[in-house]
Design a protein around this ligand. Structure first.
Ligand SMILES: [Zn+2]
Length: 139
């Protein structure tokens, strides 16, 4: 399919620089969409802790790289996550991993934010959760 795309844009898929491009694109696509094979509870694992802490937990500026479902072009930026615990907290290093689970799929920015929030809602049952995404789209 990538070979055909190269032909359609007027390229010669048999020239040296492009010979391995179809298999490189396939590998890159697998990597960019690896989130389909993962779940939030999997990546959080046992990093859930009972804790009476009642103040808002906030992690800002989590790096996010995703791909828009309309053009399969990158969009990327920062995710800010805040939640108010309800007896449980999650290891802070796990929040970027949760972002990855959903970012590494074909996405729209709004759904990405919702899925991250829903996953944290499910795992933590917090008193509240908020997710803000600031992103730049290449499309
Ligand atoms: Zn797009």
């Amino acid at each position: 399919m990538v070979r055909r795309q190269l032909e359609l844009i007027g390229e010669d898929p048999d020239r040296e620089g492009l010979l391995k491009t179809p298999s490189r694109v396939a590998k890159a696509q697998m990597w960019l969409t690896r989130g389909y094979g993962q779940t939030a509870s999997e990546v959080i694992g046992d990093a859930l802790f009972a804790e009476d802490h009642e103040n808002m937990v906030m992690v800002r500026d989590i790096e996010m790289y995703s791909m828009c479902e309309h053009h399969m072009l990158p969009f990327f930026g920062k995710v800010h996550i805040a939640y108010i615990p309800n007896g449980k907290i999650v290891g802070l290093s796990k929040l970027p991993r949760v972002v990855e689970v959903f970012a590494r799929r074909l996405q729209v920015q709004e759904r990405l934010g919702e899925q991250i929030a829903d996953a944290l809602e499910e795992v933590l049952q917090p008193k509240g959760v908020g997710v803000v995404i600031e992103a730049v789209h290449l499309c």
